[in-house]
Structures are given as C-alpha cells and as structure tokens.
Unconditional design. Structure first.
Lengths: 725, 156
C-alpha cells in the first residue's frame, strides 16, 4: 500500500501501560497510528489517558497471548507476528496464542492505514518495530522480577523458551511463575533490542499455527458459522449497476419446497429457505423485472472510449524532476499506451455473512479484513448504537482486497432485518459473487520516453483510472492525486534525469472499483516494465543489461537482478517461439527480479515453462511463508495476465463463474524457483509483490518469443497466432 | 419431491428428509452441519466440494442426493482415517501447502482418491486428477510435491 511510503515509521515506543487484571501479567502497548497526511495522533483516549492498541498477556501457566488486530487470510501473518514477539520475548513459540481483536477502531489501528484493516502487504512491516519493542520490554520486566526474587543482578540472568535462568546458581523459573511479580514492575524505557545476528526464531521456517485445522475440515470460516434455528438465504442485486427492483412475482419462488420467505428490497431480492438449495432454487424461480436505470446500455466499449478520450487531457502532476519536455526533445522519442481491464477477486470462499438481527441488537459472523468498519457501517445502517453491534471475525477463505469492503455484511444485514430474531446465513452464489464484485479498475497508462546513449533520458507517465482512495480512504486522495494509483510509478527505480508522473482520475461510470491484490503497482509495474523492454530493444540492448545500467542507486535490486539472471539461465539458447522475459520492481518495500520463460504455439496459446524469482524482502521472518507468498502471488498475477477480464454488456457483467472467468490450474503450472536473498533490513511486504511481477515478465517473454509487443491484458492470443519467432 | 433417505457418511448412518434433486453438498453442510466440505462454484468447475463416493472423488455440488443410493460417502472430516487420506494430510502439513485453506478440503479429497487408485502417480496422473481443483492462493507447486511425498510414504 502506498500509504506506507508516505508515513514516517516512527517506531519509537511512546509508552507502555501495564495493569494487573485477575492475576498474571498484562502489557499494553501502542503502535503509532495516523491516517495519511494527518499529524501523528498522541496515544490518548477521550479522557486524556494513554490508550494502548495491542496487548501481551502472560498467565500463570506461561501461556502468552497476543491480542492483535491483523486477520489471517492465508498469508501466514499469525505465525509471522507471533515469531517477532516470541523472538524478543524469548518465549516458547508453542506457548504463544493469538486472539482476534474485537472491533475497536481506536484500539486496533493499522499504523499504515489509520483504520483497522489488513491489506496492502502491511502487517509485518507495520508491526515489526512495535512488536519487537514490546517483546523486549516484557522480557526485561520478567527478568527484573526473577532477579528480585533471587536477589541477583538482572544482568546475570538469561532467558530462553519462556524461562529466566541464573546460570551462576543453576536456577530457572518459568515466565508463568513470574507473571504476578512481573506485573508489579514498572515497564522500563529504551530497552535494547536483539542484534539480528542473535535471532533464534526469526529466519527459521516455523510451522504455521493456522494450518493443522485446515487439512481436516475443522477450521471454521465465516461461511461455516452454524447457529440453532438458522435459515439460509441467497440474493440477487440488480444486474445493472445502480438499477432497482421494478416488480417481482413471488408465486413460483414460494412454491419451491423449503422456501420460507421472499424478500424484496429496493435494489435486490433475496430468498430465505431451510437450506441453501431451497434458497437457490427459489431465487431462480423468482420472476423479477428490473428498473435498470441509466446504465442499461453501457458496454465495455463505452468505458474504454471514456478513458481513452479522457487520457488526452493533462493529469495532475504527482512527481517531477528535471525538465521532462526538454528531455523528451533530446535523443530518440518513443510513445506507448498500456491498458488493463476490470478484474474480479473470485475468492474461493464466496461472499457470505451470517446475521442475527433483533429489535435492539445485531450480531454478525463473517471473515473480514475490516472488522471495525463492518461494525460502524452496520450501526449506521440499522440505527443501533455501536456497542449493540457485535462482529465475530473468522479466518478468511481468500481476501485479495475483496474483504476490505463492508458490502457483504451490509447486504446480509438488510436481509436479516426482515427476519428479526432468526439467524440467517446469507451466501452469494458464485455468479452473484463475480457479477456484484467491486472490481480492480480498468486503467490506461500513457508513456513518452526518450533514449539517449542507450539509456532512458526522459520519462513522462500518466496513469488514467478510477480512484479507489477517494471513496475508501479520502485522506489518501488529495489535490486530485490518488496515492495508491501512482504507487510504484512515482518511485520507479531507474535513474532517469528528466521525469514526470501524472494522475488523471477517470471513473468507470457506475461500475464499482476497489483494491485487488497488488493494488496500484499491479497496473504501474506492468506498464513500466513492458515499455522498458520495448525501449531496450530500440536501444539494441539486452533487457537485463539495459535495466541494470539504470539501477545505479538500487544495490538491492541489482543483486536480485544478477541472481535471477544466473538462476534462470538468462542468455542461454532457447527453441523457436520460446522466450524469457524479466521484470524488476521495488514495490511494497521488497526488491524483486523475476524471469518467466514461456512458449507461444502456432495457435497463439501461451504455455508457461519456468518461473524464477530472486527477492530481497529484508529480514526473513518466516522464510517458508515468504516463499509460499511469492509462489502464490505469481500464480495470482499470471492468472490475470492469461485470462483475467471482466467485461460489461448492456450494463451487466458478462462473466459469471469459473468457466468464463478462468483460473490457472495445476496442469498449467511449471516449476517456480524462489531465491531468497538474506538481508538485515526491516521486513518488506510479500503478499503482493509476486502478483505484480508475473504479468510484465510473462508479457516480455512473449515479446522475446514472438516479437509481438502486447499493449494490454489479458494476453490476446489472436495477436500471437502464427506470429514470427 | 421430498422424501426421507438413509445415507452413510463417514461410516455413520444418517437419515435426511430433503428434495430429490438437492445436491449432496447442501445436505452435508446445511442439513447435517458438516461444514468441512466447501461451496465454491456450484457447477463442478472448482472442486472445493469434492468428497468420496465409494472411494472415488465426486463433486458434491452437482450430485443429487437421489443418485447417492447406498454407496458410502467419505468427507474431509474422516478421510484421515484412511491410509491415503492420512498420508496426504501429513504431507500437506509437512510441506506447508496451505494458505487460506478454503480449497484444501477438496484438494485433499482429490489427492487421496488419486492415491487410492494410483499408488505412485507421475506428473501426468497428478495433472489429470487435480486439474479440476482450483486454488486461488496458487499452492499448486506444493500440492504436486506433497502428493509425491504422500505416495513415497507408502512405498517406504
């Protein structure tokens, strides 16, 4: 998320608060939080007292609980966060428990967002220093407690696996036995952190906490919530965005066995039944006519015309250096436009939410990346006081940005409001999930560049597309600039003397747009790295050598690039119609170079042959999770490059399920070699960087294999059929 | 038409009163409360709902209850009681296959059905058996490796 780059990571600990609850040790601490462009908030509550936003609890058995605001959605964050804490605390990782934080915007704020959210590859980056500091502070208090009891110098004590030891007298005591005494000690200030060279947990491939119950059917996602007396519902919103229900004939739906209720709301209908099958059959039988509204004739062609026409206008300058117009007039000038389509998220767990509405309360069960926003928007919708809205968060069956939106909760609450006192599980069909998504925006990027002496002398880049931040986090959209949309464009890694980046907001009429794995960079990195390949060819240089010569200020990227070149056999001969393509990017504070090797057959079908990536993500908290995130992120991005496109016809999304919104499958996957570079830097994000790396590397491999310089995604097979090798 | 049927799930006799055309998936999840089997697409495109019918992998989202008959059903909740299922689960954890985990019930059911039929599958066997299971987190590379490890455990 771009926000991270605009916020100073003042990781210094402001204060700690301890309290003695019902015995045991509690350390509350604060993770500095502020929304973008806002002054840093002093950590105080409404009464002017210190307001912590995370907690470490150690009970008498030594069990150490971290109450944390981040949600696990497959990225391994529970394990990574626990490892960071356990490292500085010298706790036994097997004794660490994690608790979902309840919704409380003030208490559990992600420092990069200023709201309670999990997204943008921010979790480990944001909590790295605060968690280490808290762990070290708690450890110092436990040591102090043991030293007092033994009447020895704290400096003569050591800690390991949730025990304090005094080697000189061979005494040992468990953290649990110290918890009461440690709770009486004032938290010390400026506790030194470990030298990373002495880490015992960080950097080891610890087994994940969340996976054992995911292989035996025991794990409970939001969609698995079961309550006594529960009914099941499915719904359909007007297929044209912005349209309403005009009329519905309920008779056929009500005649379906097991149907309990037909619910008609202004823009959607729902059927409630004894089970999902009854609800689904009932919804299919329901005859609805829609008042489709003014978008009823809109097609993708219209939206592309909108954005192409608008793109001739000047945008708002987000970054400039040198004199770009002067630079463009020297050397050889080249221009290109790159376009990316709407994308759906298609999380494997379809949208769902279980709700129990009563007259004076509302209770929700779901998996969300934004629990506090769900609580707030539900309170606003129902008119209930916020403390009367209870949200039970669950593990997430795929987020990818989709569960950063509260719409599934709100629509489920609207259904449940018609069923007061009865718990209702509302499950979207896959068709509804895809056709009522909040889509990755379509983008058009307009680039002019000049080449001089084999290097890029000037670069003018304009991003045109919808602003997600203007809706989702308005402070991040100021003076006409969406900080997410320009991420990885304003900070592209190459040394280019004359440089300008513009942003031009072009909304997609009523098609809703939102975050998608890789966020702003998945657009910008594709355009930048595609054009870099074309410029390399114009300059008559090897794509890696061309890039390398302009990365003088990027030693970490050069190291990644050199490693991937060696590991991918870059430069070695390949058969006809097979090519290698490269992508280099510093997005999400991780430095990654990727080579995709692909073959294009005579029909234009693209076959992945090999994927090699070299990445410096800073300190590797859990190397196995990093490798897994890279592998998965690459698949996610390559899936979009090969197949991903949501199109609009007569105001409706044309795709509906996995047969026409296709996914990469196992038989199409080649080997993926991930090479991790050891680094002492703070951890970078790993959840999204593979996603942004895949598409340009594949596109450049196709360019190398066929000479066809694709300008848009997904890959157009018809342009590749029979093309020269 | 709704009628009462007796089915065998994970070795237990169950009696359900549901419409004839109701897919097994919803009988398991919404009637029997066995939520380990997942809904992903409803049209046999993603494999999240895979269970074993008489030891063979089937997509429960398109299998009407009327077609189950007396054949035994095995789900993710009990596949660990079979040799292949236990080996697959162990290999899944040993290689940390799982990310979000939502598709993995179906992946494990498909993989263990494969091992029941083909003790030492090669890459082509794995492709054929697993191509119907989508993983949005992209765990395919590890799924392939874990199936091979699970197969090797039997040989060992």
């Amino acid at each position: 998320m771009p926000a991270s780059k605009l916020i100073s990571h003042s990781a210094s600990r402001r204060d700690f608060m301890k309290s003695v609850a019902a015995g045991g040790f509690l350390l509350a601490f604060y993770v500095p939080a502020r929304a973008i462009n806002e002054p840093e908030q002093t950590p105080t509550d409404t009464k002017g007292k210190f307001a912590p936003n995370a907690f470490i609890r150690i009970d008498k058995t030594g069990t150490t609980t971290l109450v944390m605001p981040q949600v696990e959605m497959g990225q391994g964050v529970y394990t990574g966060v626990a490892m960071i804490l356990a490292e500085e605390l010298d706790a036994d990782p097997a004794k660490i428990l994690l608790e979902h934080a309840p919704p409380n915007e003030k208490l559990y704020t992600n420092p990069d967002f200023g709201i309670q959210a999990t997204g943008g590859s921010t979790s480990l980056r944001a909590f790295w220093m605060p968690l280490r500091t808290a762990g070290a502070t708690a450890r110092a208090m436990l040591v102090q407690a043991a030293a007092q009891q033994w009447k020895v110098d704290p400096g003569s004590c050591t800690t390991s696996r949730s025990e304090v030891s005094h080697p000189a007298s061979s005494r040992k005591i468990d953290y649990g036995a110290l918890s009461d005494a440690a709770a009486k000690i004032m938290p010390p200030k400026n506790v030194p952190l470990k030298d990373p060279a002495t880490f015992v947990l960080i950097g080891t491939p610890l087994k994940r906490y969340d996976t054992p119950d995911k292989v035996n059917g025991k794990v409970i996602y939001g969609i698995d919530a079961m309550l006594p007396g529960m009914k099941f519902a499915t719904l359909a919103a007007c297929p044209v965005f912005g349209g309403k229900v005009a009329h519905a004939d309920e008779a056929a739906a009500k005649a379906v066995s097991g149907v309990q209720r037909v619910i008609l709301l202004d823009n959607m209908v729902a059927v409630v039944g004894d089970h999902m099958w009854a609800a689904k059959q009932g919804l299919e039988a329901l005859k609805v006519s829609w008042a489709e509204g003014e978008q009823a004739e809109v097609s993708s062609a219209d939206l592309w015309q909108d954005i192409r026409t608008a793109s001739h206008k000047e945008g708002v300058v987000a970054k400039s250096r040198g004199d770009v117009e002067k630079g463009l007039s020297t050397g050889q000038r080249f221009e290109a436009d790159y376009e990316l389509p709407f994308l759906a998220h298609a999380t494997m767990e379809p949208l769902n939410c279980t709700v129990l509405c009563k007259e004076d309360s509302c209770e929700l069960w779901l998996g969300t990346q934004i629990i506090a926003r769900v609580q707030q928007t539900t309170a606003a919708l129902t008119g209930l006081p916020i403390e009367k809205v209870t949200v039970h968060n669950h593990l997430i069956g795929g987020g990818f940005g989709r569960r950063l939106e509260p719409d599934m909760a709100l629509n489920a609450v609207r259904v449940a409001q018609q069923m007061k006192g009865v718990p209702v599980k509302v499950v979207w069909t896959r068709e509804e999930d895809i056709q009522q998504d909040i889509y990755r925006p379509m983008y058009r990027n307009v680039i002019s560049a000049s080449l001089d002496g084999g290097k890029v002398a000037a670069w003018k880049y304009k991003v045109c597309g919808a602003s997600i931040m203007a809706r989702w986090l308005p402070p991040a959209f100021q003076k006409g600039i969406d900080v997410d949309a320009i991420d990885s464009a304003v900070d592209m890694p190459y040394d280019i003397p004359d440089f300008e980046v513009q942003y031009l907001r072009v909304e997609a009429r009523s098609v809703p747009t939102g975050f998608w794995r890789g966020v702003g960079p998945n657009n910008n990195v594709f355009a930048i790295e595609s054009f870099m390949d074309e410029l390399a060819r114009k300059a008559g240089k090897d794509p890696i050598a061309f890039r390398r010569d302009m990365l003088g200020k990027q030693p970490r990227l050069i190291a990644a690039l050199d490693l991937v070149a060696a590991k991918s056999d870059w430069g070695q001969p390949l058969p006809s119609r097979v090519g290698r393509g490269v992508c280099v990017q510093p997005s999400f504070a991780s430095f990654i170079a990727t080579v995709v090797e692909a073959e294009v057959d005579q029909q234009g079908e693209v076959l992945l042959r090999r994927i090699t990536t070299a990445v410096d993500v800073g300190t590797l908290v859990n190397p196995d999770s990093v490798e897994a995130q890279l592998q998965g992120g690459l698949v996610f991005g390559l899936t979009a490059a090969l197949y991903g496109e949501i199109t609009i016809k007569k105001g409706r999304v044309e795709q509906s399920n996995f047969h026409d919104y296709r996914m990469l499958r196992i038989h199409q996957m080649p080997r993926i070699d991930v090479h991790l570079i050891k680094s002492g830097e703070a951890p970078g994000g790993v959840g999204e960087t593979g996603t942004t790396a895949g598409p340009p590397a594949l596109r450049n491999a196709i360019f190398a294999a066929t000479g066809v310089a694709l300008k848009r995604l997904p890959i157009d097979r018809s342009a590749l059929a029979g093309s020269r090798s | 038409m709704t009628q009462t049927r007796n089915i065998t799930v994970n070795g237990e006799a169950k009696s359900v009163s549901v419409p004839d055309d109701m897919p097994l998936l919803w009988v398991l999840r919404d009637v029997l409360g066995m939520t380990g089997t997942k809904f992903g697409c409803g049209i046999a495109q993603c494999g999240a709902c895979t269970v074993h019918l008489d030891g063979k992998a089937v997509r429960s989202c398109v299998l009407p209850i009327s077609r189950v008959g007396s054949r035994p059903i095995t789900t993710i909740e009990a596949v660990g009681n079979t040799s292949a299922g236990a080996r697959v689960q162990q290999a899944w954890l040993a290689l940390e296959v799982v990310q979000c985990g939502y598709c993995q019930s179906g992946q494990i059911m498909s993989a263990s059905a494969l091992l029941n039929q083909t003790a030492s599958p090669d890459d082509a066997d794995i492709d054929a058996a697993m191509a119907g299971n989508i993983c949005r987190c992209g765990t395919y590379v590890r799924i392939r490796a874990a199936i091979k490890q699970a197969a090797a455990k039997r040989a060992a």
